[in-house]
Design a protein around this ligand. Structure first.
Ligand SMILES: NC(=O)c1ccc[n+]([C@@H]2O[C@H](COP(=O)([O-])OP(=O)(O)OC[C@H]3O[C@@H](n4cnc5c(N)ncnc54)[C@H](O)[C@@H]3O)[C@@H](O)[C@H]2O)c1
Length: 345
């Protein structure tokens, strides 16, 4: 029998219990510890998972020689410090998105992962979502043709955070989806945003990303919107699609719609565009809980020594875009060139 991978989860506030649930229930793993500074959170998770050991001191996990992996769901400003301490103690690390607060911290984490030979994975949950994976397949198989642009909306009312702005809270998902779908790092970013409710913490932001060859992406993230919207539109030269993550059914619609310039015309008056209004297809997609797929992938990577799909380099690429977006917001929307930290790959 294969020995179980023993896991400790650090940070069981809002999101951490979801990670505990998955690591607790997956075969081949043993969720041993839950750590939080807040005892009420520990009482809560222990009431659901009585065999968990709990502590307010993260060194109980990091120094436990029987723990193989640490799963981190603390606020982002703690990610680098705890992940580095854990890897230096020989633990594999799964860290929630965003990987860290700065590109510099991400580079330090990558360096420690490299030196210690530990698996470092970032919780870019949507890379483990079956709809996003189907979209990737459609793009890679050329079904949509050349991709012109992507438009993404991730808005709702709240939850207002005090530790990070809306860019660091919501945009990691969209930036990670874009890196995955387009397989390319943007070359330039410009962004604007406002702090309407909490001074100094932007609650709404509009981010524009430019890619080589003129492709574009636009992201709207907000904690200040009457409706919960999670929508991605991908427009290609052959087809277009809309992914609505809030829909219970029909999350993905592929539109055989497009526009073609007629090849020959004699005068401007005869200039014509031909519009195509074809079928709308709703691909059948087997849905699985993305977090379960993600947790299983972490365990597989540890066992097989594989590089995670959302590895430290992917985490660094996303943080570079977030950091540049915030710099652009501070400077009133000026374009910030990205220097392609993705060259780490
Ligand atoms: N993948 C996703 O879809 C998703 C969704 C929500 C949040 N997240 C990420 O999860 C992380 C946590 O977010 P959250 O919303 O749960 O935050 P939260 O503030 O609700 O919870 C964080 C917890 O960490 C604890 N903590 C802080 N410092 C600690 C320390 N030194 N040792 C032990 N515990 C400590 C806090 O007491 C708190 O209970 C963030 O990185 C966030 O971006 C990811």
């Amino acid at each position: 029998m294969i020995a179980p991978i023993r896991v400790g989860v650090i940070g069981v506030g809002y999101w951490g219990p979801n990670l505990v649930r998955n690591f607790y229930s997956l075969p081949g793993t043993e969720c041993r510890w839950a750590v939080d500074l807040d005892e009420k959170r520990l009482t809560h998770v222990q009431s659901m998972y009585p065999s968990l050991q709990v502590s307010t001191n993260l060194h109980d996990v990091i120094d436990d020689a029987e723990v193989d992996a640490v799963v981190l769901a603390t606020p982002v400003d703690k990610h680098a410090e705890i992940a580095i301490a854990a890897m230096n103690a020989g633990k594999h690390v799964f860290v929630e998105k965003p990987m860290a607060s700065t590109v510099e911290e991400c580079k330090q984490m990558l360096e420690v992962a490299e030196r210690t030979g530990r698996t470092l994975m970032v919780g870019h949950t949507f890379l483990y979502n079956s709809v996003v994976r189907r979209i990737k397949q459609l793009i890679d198989e050329g079904e949509l043709g050349e991709i012109f642009y992507v438009n993404m909306t991730r808005v709702n009312l709240g939850l207002f955070r005090e530790d990070v702005n809306v860019v660091w809270d919501l945009a990691p998902h969209d930036v990670a989806i874009l890196e995955y779908l387009l397989g390319e790092h943007p070359i330039r970013v410009h962004a604007t945003g406002n702090d309407f409710v909490q001074p100094g913490i932007e609650d709404v932001a509009f981010i524009d990303l430019e890619y080589s060859g003129g492709r574009r992406a636009h992201l709207h993230v907000s904690w200040l919107d009457p409706n919960k919207i999670r929508k991605v539109t991908v427009v290609g030269s052959k087809k277009m699609l809309v992914y609505d993550d809030t829909s219970n059914v029909e999350k993905l619609r592929v539109y055989d719609k497009g526009v073609t310039k007629m090849p020959h015309y004699d005068s401007f008056g005869e200039f014509q565009l031909s519009y195509r209004y074809g079928d709308i297809v709703l691909p059948r997609i087997e849905e699985a809980e993305p977090l379960k797929t993600e947790a299983q992938h972490f365990l597989d990577c540890i066992r097989e020594g594989k590089r995670p799909l959302s590895d430290g380099v992917n985490g660094l690429e996303v943080v570079e875009v977030l950091e540049a977006s915030c710099r652009s917001i501070e400077q009133g929307g000026v374009a910030i060139e990205l220097n392609g930290v993705g060259s780490h790959r």
